[in-house]
Design a protein around this ligand. Structure first.
Ligand code: ADP
Ligand code: AMP
Length: 233
């Protein structure tokens, strides 16, 4: 099963992607994580992307599609969760073509619906484990033991350089201009499944699990899932 987790910056895509990886053995394909890894490794791609990311603008379609293509060719086992990709119509077309060539398809696009006030709050409080990447929030999702990662026990944490008010303003603008049009694109393809992203991490995870259970149902799974999604607030 291949899923896109869709939504604005801070909606909770990475958090829910990690949950799907843990619970279902899926593979998280986050272009943001790939670009940050390229930066940390000081590759040509990383160097080219760094300034663009710091400004909160989108990296070129060619770069991110190249990263995704390379990763997809390595195989994705139980399926891929695309997180932060696609972000433009060109990327969405490229993803469809790539999956076609690999004899695969996209099963659903899960749209996490979160308002701007919650996004600002979530981004302002975000930090993650420097070793395993687990994502936390100062108030909504602190570590169980202060200063110690729940998952790997590390005591080193990082805050993203682009999680500041100015970059976030730009990232939101990019989202509304270039990424939000994909909602119509995937709705027209019958793949869009909106989920209320305003609840807590567990509540949103439960809504996604319920959606995936409907999708996996033997007959008319997708139609039922979409009906259910449309009925939810
Ligand atoms: P995205 O990948 O969409 O940018 P993240 O998964 O990194 O978003 O989440 C952004 C911040 O919001 C993190 O600090 C995370 O711990 C927190 N967060 C994620 N989901 C929720 C939620 N349902 N309720 C409250 N905070 C959340
Ligand atoms: P994210 O980790 O998803 O919040 O992404 C961080 C930054 O990486 C974004 O603000 C963009 O600069 C860049 N980026 C990540 N994914 C993409 C993508 N699919 N297309 C273009 N730029 C991206």
């Amino acid at each position: 099963m291949n899923l896109v987790l869709f939504g604005p910056p801070g909606a909770g895509k990475g958090t829910q992607a990690r949950r799907l990886v843990e619970g279902r053995g899926m593979v998280q394909l986050s272009t943001g994580d790939m670009l940050r890894a390229a930066q940390a490794a000081n590759t040509e791609t990383g160097r080219r992307a760094a300034a663009v990311m710091a400004r909160g603008e989108l990296v070129s379609d060619a770069i991110v599609v190249g990263l995704i293509e390379e990763r997809l060719r390595q195989g994705t086992g139980a399926g891929a969760v695309f997180d932060g990709f696609p972000r433009t119509l060109a990327q969405a077309d490229a993803l469809g073509a790539l999956l076609d060539r690999l004899g695969q398809r996209l099963d659903a696009v899960i749209e996490l619906r979160v308002d701007d006030a919650a996004l600002i709050d979530r981004i302002a409080g975000r930090f993650s484990c420097g070793r395993c990447g687990e994502v936390y929030h100062d108030r909504a999702r602190p570590t169980r033991v202060p200063g110690v990662c729940d998952v790997c026990g590390s005591t080193g944490f990082v805050r993203r350089a682009d999680d500041n008010a100015e970059s976030l303003r730009q990232r939101l603008m990019e989202y509304y201009k270039k990424t939000a049009p994909l909602i119509g694109y995937y709705h027209a393809k019958g793949l869009l499944c909106p989920v209320d992203g305003l609840g807590g991490v567990e509540a949103v995870g439960a809504a996604i699990d319920a959606l995936l259970a409907r999708l996996a149902a033997p007959r008319r799974g997708r139609e039922r899932a979409l009906d259910g999604a449309r009925e939810s607030p």
